[in-house]
Write a protein that binds this ligand. Sequence first.
Ligand SMILES: C[S@@+](CC[C@H](N)C(=O)[O-])C[C@H]1O[C@@H](n2cnc3c(N)ncnc32)[C@H](O)[C@@H]1O
Length: 245
Amino acid sequence: MAAPRTTTWDIEPHTRAKHEILKRYLQAWTAILASGGFREVLYIDGFAGPGRYSGGEDGSPVIALRAALGQHARAGTETRFRFLFIEKNQERAQVLEEIIEDLNVPENFDVDVLGGETFEVAFRELFDLYKTGGSRHPTFLFIDPFGWIGAPFSIVREVMGYRSCEVLVTFMYEEINRFIGHPDQEKNFDTLFGTGEWREGIDLSDAGNRRQFFHDLYLRKLCDEAGAEYVRSFEMRNKKGMVDY
Ligand SMILES: C[S@@+](CC[C@H](N)C(=O)[O-])C[C@H]1O[C@@H](n2cnc3c(N)ncnc32)[C@H](O)[C@@H]1O
């Protein structure tokens, strides 16, 4: 699917599935952390979108907020929930801000929308500020780009280097596969993978082997370089049955 140009867009079935996974995971994450005695937790959505699809469905930032709000309503919590939503497109960020205002979040929620900034720049400016007394709070980072640009592996590695921090990445295989041999994109793929080893996969002609190669490369980097202890991946197929991410 080509990246939409409008402020909001129609939700796709595989997006619904992605949201269901995110919702269920965050319902557990917020419950565990809120009852785990953590003073503060940080949720970063690096490619936040407008928070709503054109049919009124919630986008990922709102799904995350609702998971934490549900936990708050059920059990109450002293834990400070900090949300950082980064969205490069100003109009989309504006829509998201309006939705968040209407949600009336409780006093122990801090929600910031960074509109007009890229994930990479905003993350590098801000991540170090979200510390107390030098210690890092449990962090969940969601990386959900339209393609392969602007999601550097170096950031994944940095976040995974801390205790109780985790990352969910939408690895946009369909787009990656289409553009991986493009001469203008070499630098972007070096950044995405954090290595030049992806070049070894370009000439694999069997579609399954090729997909497995890029999957395994990213997974290996997560385990060997980012120090990830637990890694789980799953395929999301689009309406045509092709692996989208
Ligand atoms: C796939 S959509 C996000 C969808 C959203 N996470 C959800 O599930 O509801 C990607 C979003 O990232 C924004 N974007 C594109 N490049 C970006 C960048 N480098 N940094 C931050 N946001 C970016 C786009 O404007 C778009 O709204």
